[in-house]
Write a protein of this length. Structure first.
Ligand SMILES: Cc1cc2nc3c(=O)[nH]c(=O)nc-3n(C[C@H](O)[C@H](O)[C@H](O)COP(=O)(O)OP(=O)(O)OC[C@H]3O[C@@H](n4cnc5c(N)ncnc54)[C@H](O)[C@@H]3O)c2cc1C
Length: 344
């Protein structure tokens, strides 16, 4: 049996863009719900910024211990437990996600668990998950459904030999060797982390520098340091003919290198701006299509936010800030007042 609930604002997606907007709208006295199909916190808290930084912290500490003689400190028999390192990162994420649930409660945001679908203008239906069947009647809708890793054509992500960053964040075993496709921030983070613990890392980038969207000077410093640490950085290089076998993955690295890795290939996602946006998930596409469809009839009432919006707002901090800005503009009788940018 379906239940009808009435809101000033329904936010679809509980990532930094969505939760910031929902919480701020709650603080401004609006009746607000946030629909999330997994766990509050979105990619950032659960599968992105936070768990990756937790892994980097472990790597940093281990690197420090390895070089502690330089500081006049001797440590003998330093070792690590890869499973515990991954588990610590998952625990950090879990704690942060619980924090968002607490903030929802504190700011009177109804947290609706499930997949939100805009059925007709002004109505969000929960089509799957624990709250399936609920229908939220709303004045305004904010779509903040984020993005997902881009897939390489003809390469199945099996989560064992071929991973996206999501699977890599909960790896069961440490790979002996890995090729990371894409040397943006995410690829670079995993390269640093795995290399610190002795995985042989090849970091491949089609463009002519690691961290291709950063300044050349900054990227050059990182590349130099990575090479010093033993990461094999291959720029202006394409990955072709990937063949996944039971115990290894083979591929061609075009410019002149043909190699083989023992364990797995990790695909580092491009979560950045335009490209990712255009190839975003089915869900995001649906959301976009729907928001465009209803725009003419519904004018300012449906907005997009965060990674889903692409280009300018791809990082969590910005997503959060934009979510806040939107929900602060309450003067026009809507929770926000900026014109919709749902159509490109
Ligand atoms: C490994 C990694 C490291 C990163 N590191 C950083 C960093 O250091 N700094 C930084 O600023 N950014 C970082 N990012 C990027 C950051 O995670 C994203 O920019 C940010 O999460 C985008 O926020 P968002 O709210 O737009 O989308 P998301 O965080 O992706 O949230 C979208 C949410 O919507 C939910 N959803 C989707 N469709 C539906 C639906 N129909 N119904 C209900 N719920 C739905 C999803 O489950 C998800 O929880 C990193 C990303 C990754 C992958």
């Amino acid at each position: 049996m379906s239940t009808n609930l009435k809101y000033d604002l329904v936010v679809i997606g509980g990532g930094p863009a969505g939760y910031a907007a929902a919480i701020r709208a709650g603080q401004l006295g609006k009746k607000v719900a946030c629909v999330e199909q997994e766990r509050p916190g979105g990619t950032c808290l659960n599968w992105g910024c936070i768990p990756s930084k937790a892994l980097i912290k472990s790597a940093e500490l281990f690197n420090k211990i390895k070089h502690c003689e330089e500081f006049g400190i001797s440590v003998t028999g330093a070792s690590y437990d890869f499973t515990k390192i991954i588990q610590r990162s998952r625990n950090v994420s879990g704690t942060m996600a619980k924090g968002i649930e607490f903030l929802f409660k504190k700011n009177k945001v109804d947290y609706i668990k499930g997949v939100g679908t805009i059925a007709v203008p002004g109505m969000v239906e929960i089509t799957d998950g624990p709250d399936k069947g609920k229908i939220l009647v709303t004045e305004n809708t904010l779509i903040a459904t984020g993005c997902k890793p881009r897939q390489l054509p003809d390469l199945e992500v099996d989560g064992v030999r071929v991973m996206t960053s999501r699977q890599a964040l909960e790896m069961k075993t440490q790979p002996k060797s890995v090729v990371i496709v894409g040397a943006g921030a995410i690829g670079a983070e995993f390269a640093y982390f795995l290399n610190a613990f002795g995985t042989k890392v090849t970091l491949v980038e089609m463009l002519d520098q690691v961290l291709p969207v950063e300044d050349h000077e900054v990227a050059a410093v990182v590349a130099k340091e990575f090479n010093k640490q033993g990461i094999d950085c291959r720029t202006s290089t394409a990955v072709e003919n990937i063949k996944v076998a039971k115990n290894n993955v083979k591929m061609d690295l075009v410019k002149g290198w043909r190699g083989r890795v023992d364990h797995c290939g990790l695909r580092a996602d491009r979560h950045r701006s335009g490209c990712q946006h255009r190839r975003t998930t089915v869900c995001a596409h649906q959301a976009r299509a729907r928001s465009r469809l209803h725009q003419s009839r519904w004018q300012l009432r449906i907005q997009r936010q965060g990674d889903l919006r692409g280009r300018r707002h791809h990082w969590a901090t910005l997503a959060r800030a934009c979510g806040d800005l939107r929900s602060d503009s309450s003067g026009a009788g809507h929770v926000w007042s900026q014109p919709s940018e749902a159509s490109d």
